[in-house]
Design a protein around this ligand. Structure first.
Ligand code: AOF
Ligand code: ZN
Length: 349
């Protein structure tokens, strides 16, 4: 039997599609799938939201025609073989007569990890991969971190001027980065993390908005048949804004207050701040009570609060820690840094 030609560009298309689910799949994987006939994509799908159909199922359900023996289905994560919130993807792939599957990475979820590949092979499907593994693993670094380490992926972002200062001496904000650097941060960092984290000190010094601005999705990357909808979906992604505020001192007028804001406060500070908590919650804020360990949050309790779905909160998989120095220090000394990015002021400023 001649195997169809494998083209890595189709795996990158899966990642593009998968990114449309960012901010909506909770603590789950970002997954996209394409069905290719010859050199042409004939159907696409992606995991749209927490609890919704997986990418492969969405693709096959939106494609009622016959799958031919030479068609190749690309998917950036190994197809699952378990009944979770939705049925196993391996079942629908087998039932619909898919004969070739190309995957980007093994699923780190222990319910799957290799067993999806084996199930397909046992059904006579040729399985090729991991194709573009480094890109696929990097893309789902948050999901893998949650599944393997029970905590989100942690990126620390700092800005320093040429004299290595991160703020003015009195702690007030020092404008360090250029417009271009800010735009890069929004497009490449705030757009690729599920949440931005700051200590409450940063709220007092900078009163930041902590939202994602600047980026627009270009027309030519839109998925088949999902155009306007998907473009709006991708452009509307906003990370959660998380404030670490053990004593609940945040001003209710802070600019960060609103929808998608989480304030982590000490579990034992909840009752003494009942009225303020009510005001914050009425403004759309979610209050997460977290146990204290000494003068900072208990890390295990913080991680489980952030990654565990509860009600209409579906969990997060990655955080971008934007400040300030006390918060960076706490993460660094506890060893909770997966990646560190320092923006240095341009020479002219
Ligand atoms: C796939 N395709 O599109 C996704 C997969 O609780 P559930 O049912 O949503 O299952 C979640 C698990 O399924 C998740 O941990 C990961 O192993 C896999 N996600 N698998 O084949 C998809 N989103
Ligand atoms: Zn699945």
């Amino acid at each position: 039997m001649m195997l169809p030609v494998i083209n890595p560009a189709f795996m990158h298309r899966c990642l593009d599609l998968a990114s449309l689910g960012r901010g909506r799949v909770g603590n789950g994987a970002l997954v996209g799938a394409v069905l290719v006939r010859g050199e042409t994509v004939i159907a696409e799908g992606y995991h749209r939201a927490y609890g919704d159909a997986h990418a492969e199922r969405m693709l096959l359900e939106s494609y009622p025609d016959e799958v031919k023996p030479d068609d190749v289905l690309y998917v950036n994560v190994e197809p699952c073989c378990h009944q979770g919130m939705t049925p196993a993807c391996t079942n629908i792939l087998i039932d619909r007569g898919v004969k070739h599957v190309v995957y980007g990475m093994v699923d780190p979820d222990t319910r799957v990890s290799g067993k999806g590949i084996e199930t397909l092979q046992a059904a006579g499907i040729t399985v090729t991969g991991p194709l573009e593994r480094a890109s696929c693993e990097r893309f789902n670094k948050g999901f893998s971190s949650v599944r393997v380490k029970d905590r989100p992926w942690i990126t620390i972002k700092m800005a320093k001027d040429r004299a290595n200062r991160v703020s003015n001496e009195d702690g007030t904000q020092l404008k360090i980065t250029s417009k271009e650097q800010d735009s890069w941060s929004h497009n490449c960092l705030r757009s690729t993390h599920d949440a931005i984290v700051v200590g409450v000190g940063t709220i007092f010094s900078d009163n930041p908005l902590l939202n994602r601005r600047f980026e627009q999705m270009s027309e030519n990357r839109l998925p088949l048949g999902l155009n306007e909808d998907s473009k709006n979906q991708k452009n509307s992604f906003q990370p959660y804004k998380i404030v670490l505020d053990p004593r609940c001192t945040i001003p209710v007028s802070a600019r960060v207050i609103g929808d998608r804001t989480i304030i982590c406060i000490a579990a034992d500070a909840m009752s003494s701040n009942a009225e303020k908590a009510h005001t914050l919650e009425s403004a759309g804020v979610r209050l997460f009570p977290i146990r204290l360990a000494g003068d900072h949050f208990d890390w295990g309790d913080l991680w489980s609060g952030l990654i565990t779905p509860k009600g209409d909160y579906h969990g997060i998989t990655s955080i971008l820690v934007e400040g300030g120095s006390k918060t960076w220090q706490a993460f660094a000394s506890a060893g909770f840094v997966d990646e560190e990015i320092t923006l240095t002021a341009p020479a002219s400023s």
